[in-house]
Design a binder for this molecule. Structure first.
Ligand code: KMH
Ligand code: ZN
Length: 286
């Protein structure tokens, strides 16, 4: 594997991404989970006020089940654009049951950005499938449709695939490689400082990165990311406990905590216009 150093060009501030919903958490068990467009917009506004600049979006249907319904995705993108200045990043990962065809079609909702997972991973009892031909096709489509991808890396092998992708198809739309280390998924890389440091060392030269720790690895990964110069992703997609024994009351409180730690680290949250320039994620009004 190529082991080039990643850097964080222009990253005096901290990019905070909120992933408020995901495809897995159950609304009945976690009532603050935003599942309707109205709930998502309210959450997005609160999280923007708290310091988030990117929203990673999964949508739910009328029964709060994960869906990739294109009309609903388009309505969601529009509602978030009308009510916030957040960078709207749609998930192309969806739920483990979603087809490749539907996951590719997500880009037709014309988001600013999208997630792009660089490999297959055991996902608890399930398998989150991302074979090479699908990764390649999805990446080619982000370039065609001018959507800024964020490379989701659940394991060190995914970093190898990211190098292969960039070698094969060149730089992404926006010209900047931004990665997200998703740590602590049962089946993926563990959420600890030593693993984070070795994953960061393997990233492509000049790329920036954020990190998120699933469940109880949320705080260790956040502290490790800040101390290693990275950016942060938080939200109920990744953790539903605020502290041991206390459920998350809102996504905004997770963003508030991340923003406070970023401030303490002397790298305050980026504003959305700074984040757009940083990521090459296009113009809000497009
Ligand atoms: N829900 C997971 C199976 C992504 O959004 O791109 C996949 C996921 C990754 O959440
Ligand atoms: Zn996701």
């Amino acid at each position: 594997m190529t082991t080039k150093k990643a850097s964080n060009p222009g990253s005096a501030g901290t990019l905070i991404t909120v992933a408020p919903t995901g495809a897995e958490a159950d609304k009945k068990k976690y009532p603050p989970l935003p599942v309707t467009i109205d709930e998502l917009v309210t959450t997005a506004r609160d999280c923007e006020a708290a310091g988030a600049s990117v929203i990673h979006v999964h949508i739910r249907d009328g029964k709060a089940r994960p869906t990739l319904d294109l009309a609903r995705l388009k309505d969601t993108v529009q509602a978030l654009r009308e009510n916030t200045t957040l960078i709207v990043q749609l998930s192309t990962g969806g739920a483990v049951t979603d087809s490749y065809k539907d996951r590719l079609a997500v880009l037709d909702a014309a988001p600013d950005g999208c997630s792009l997972t660089c490999g297959t991973v055991n996902f608890g009892d399930e398998v989150f499938m991302n074979p090479w031909p699908f990764i390649r096709e999805l990446y080619a489509r982000t370039k065609e449709l001018q959507v800024a991808p964020e490379f989701e890396l659940f394991d060190l092998g995914h970093v190898t695939t990211l190098h292969r992708l960039l070698d094969d198809l060149g730089e992404p739309h926006g010209g900047h490689v931004h990665c997200d280390l998703v740590m602590g998924v049962p089946g993926g890389m563990p959420g600890d400082a030593a693993t984070l440091v070795s994953a960061v060392a393997a990233l492509p030269t000049g790329s920036s990165w954020s990190a998120t720790g699933i469940g109880r690895s949320s705080l260790p990964v956040m502290f490790a990311a800040l101390s290693a110069g990275g950016h942060l992703r938080v939200g109920m997609e990744d953790t539903t406990s605020y502290t041991k024994g206390r459920k998350v009351a809102s996504n905004a409180e997770l963003v508030q905590r991340a923003a406070a730690l970023a401030e303490l680290s002397q790298r305050p949250p980026m504003r959305t216009y700074q984040a757009r320039a940083f990521l090459g994620a296009g113009d809000h009004s497009r």
